[in-house]
Ligand binder design. Structure first.
Ligand code: TNX
Length: 528
């Protein structure tokens, strides 16, 4: 009797302990899953044209392989590289090594990247995603479309996929879906001013990589201004050596050697981003004028300038030496820049007479054309008499002028009040300026280039980060993100499909993604 009750007691203890273990496991699992926000269906930014959710899910596991097959051997090789890119994005958080196969005999449970020899997927950047329980497929007409599609693909996985370290206890599931997508505009750009403050190759690469995730396809580098010249020119080495010595407020200067520039171009190309170099002229040129005496009317070098003013300098517009130097610059840059475009500035030339401005911009635009480049200039370049209408106008204030419309000039829309990333979010923002007003996350989203110009003239949009007040990665991230995501959607998604209240939900989820990527974004109180 005694031993029976002893046994009962033992059982009771074992059962109680088992219950405690179960409860502890349950709560600890719950708390780990709590730290991972619940995946939001259809949270892709920029918003795809169509998103057809089906039942079921595809799960990425340690056995998942990637298959690639292009229309030609070269395309298959490029898809192989893109599979490696995808793998580099998925491996850190999952801890999986994905086997890559050059084949269309796709085994169950695999990811498949393939190009299709028909334009049904509409243009170079269009793509289609078919996620079934068996296969996760990305197809496109061109490999560029596959790259854009891969950005959507990444966003179909839980936000933890963006972590740079192992994320255990996460189920890597994607909902079954058919997505068909293509961009509204061909030109979706981020501009970084590396002249006012200089940013290293690695800092720029990091921004390229993040922006590529939101289907940005151009990076415009503002390589010269009063405060700095940032690219090595072999024929005129003092431009970089003297002109690049410092930055605004006498801060740390620097410049890219030609090799570094080529490396940046390649890094961007690998992410289907085109780098557009800008040399801002004839104003914004103190760095040039302080590098070479003969560019100045006095024959003496200008004093360097590290202040905040604009409109303080001008090149000599009727001196052939000026054009010799400019031609050498454009020639050298054309040799290392595969971009179709070169940006020749043309803004705030307050120290140049209108007549000189017209003469100068027309000549420089012709030099660019001579080297096979399409010139881009800030408005008022559109007011230059008889300028070649291949010149693209970058609209930063005002509306499309009658000149633009009559001359049928193409435009990039980057209105300061909407797409300047250096405008403060609100009065309390620690960085930035306010000359075009504050620009909230909502302001950055709720606009359309067609508010300022006719559709058929618009190439696309650009977000501009001027850096008078921005010195490092933290302030850069804070001003760019999350506004760039809104701009990316303005450039990619159809106007009719955009609604801020709906966007806010998707953006909220992207906060976790940005966080996992290590981006110090601005946490708008209305959203986070
Ligand atoms: C205007 S935008 C400028 C830049 C300044 C910027 C500051 C443009 C074409 N010129 O020189 O850096 O404002 O927001």
């Amino acid at each position: 009797m005694k031993s029976k009750s002893k046994n009962k007691f033992k059982y009771a203890i074992v059962i109680t302990l088992a219950i405690i273990v179960c409860l502890l496991t349950f709560f600890s699992l719950k708390s780990t899953s709590k730290s991972e926000p619940e995946m939001l269906s259809n949270s892709v930014i920029p918003k795809p044209i169509s998103y057809q959710k089906n039942t079921g899910e595809f799960i990425v596991t340690e056995n998942t392989e990637i298959f690639v097959k292009g229309n030609s051997k070269d395309e298959t090789e490029e898809l192989y590289r893109l599979a490696e890119y995808l793998s580099s994005k998925l491996s850190p958080a999952t801890g999986y090594n994905f086997k890559i196969n050059r084949s269309d005999k796709v085994s169950e449970g695999s990811i498949y990247l393939t190009t299709i020899d028909s334009d049904e997927l509409q243009g170079d950047e269009g793509y289609r995603i078919d996620i079934t329980e068996r296969i996760a497929k990305v197809s496109a007409y061109k490999t560029e479309g596959i790259f854009r599609g891969l950005q959507t693909f990444r966003q179909l996985l839980p936000a933890a996929i963006e972590k740079n370290e192992l994320a255990s206890d996460v189920k890597w599931n994607m909902e079954c879906v058919v997505i068909e997508d293509k961009p509204e505009y061909e030109y979706r750009s981020l501009m970084i001013d590396v002249a006012r403050n200089f940013f290293s190759v690695d800092e720029i690469k990091r921004q390229i990589d993040i922006a590529a995730g939101y289907k940005i396809n151009k990076l415009h580098l503002h390589l010269s201004d009063d405060q700095g010249w940032r690219l090595e020119i072999e024929k005129w080495p003092e431009l970089a050596r003297i002109g690049g010595a410092k930055a605004i407020n006498g801060g740390q200067g620097g410049y890219y050697t030609k090799e570094e520039f080529k490396d940046l171009v390649k890094y961007a190309q690998d992410r289907y981003i085109e780098i557009i170099p800008e040399f801002d002229m004839p104003g914004h040129t103190t760095a040039m004028l302080s590098s070479y005496d003969f560019l100045n009317p006095s024959g003496k070098k200008s004093a360097p300038y590290y202040g905040m003013e604009v409109g303080i300098s001008s090149l000599m517009c009727h001196d052939e030496k000026t054009y010799e130097v400019i031609e050498d610059i454009i020639k050298e840059v054309s040799e290392i820049s595969p971009s179709k475009y070169i940006h020749i500035g043309g803004d705030e030339a307050h120290k140049t007479s209108k007549e000189d401005y017209n003469y100068f911009m027309k000549r420089v635009s012709e030099i660019a054309l001579k080297y096979g480049k399409t010139p881009i200039g800030w408005n008022p370049i559109d007011t230059v008499d008889k300028i070649d209408n291949k010149t693209v106008v970058q609209l930063w204030k005002g509306d499309a002028s009658s000149n633009i419309i009559e001359n049928d000039m193409k435009m990039i829309v980057s209105k300061a009040s909407k797409s300047y990333l250096d405008m403060k979010y609100d009065y309390y923002t620690p960085y930035g300026l306010m000359w075009a007003g504050c620009s909230t996350v909502q302001d950055a989203y709720e606009w359309d280039p067609q508010d300022y110009a006719p559709r058929d003239l618009i190439l696309g949009v650009e977000s501009c980060l001027f850096t008078e007040t921005i010195t490092g990665r933290k302030s850069m991230d804070y001003m760019i993100y999350p506004r760039l995501l809104g701009h990316a959607e303005v450039g990619w998604s159809k106007k009719e499909s955009r609604d801020f209240n709906e966007y806010k939900n998707r953006l909220k989820y992207h906060g976790y993604r940005l966080e996992n990527m290590g981006v110090s974004y601005y946490k708008d109180k209305d959203i986070w």
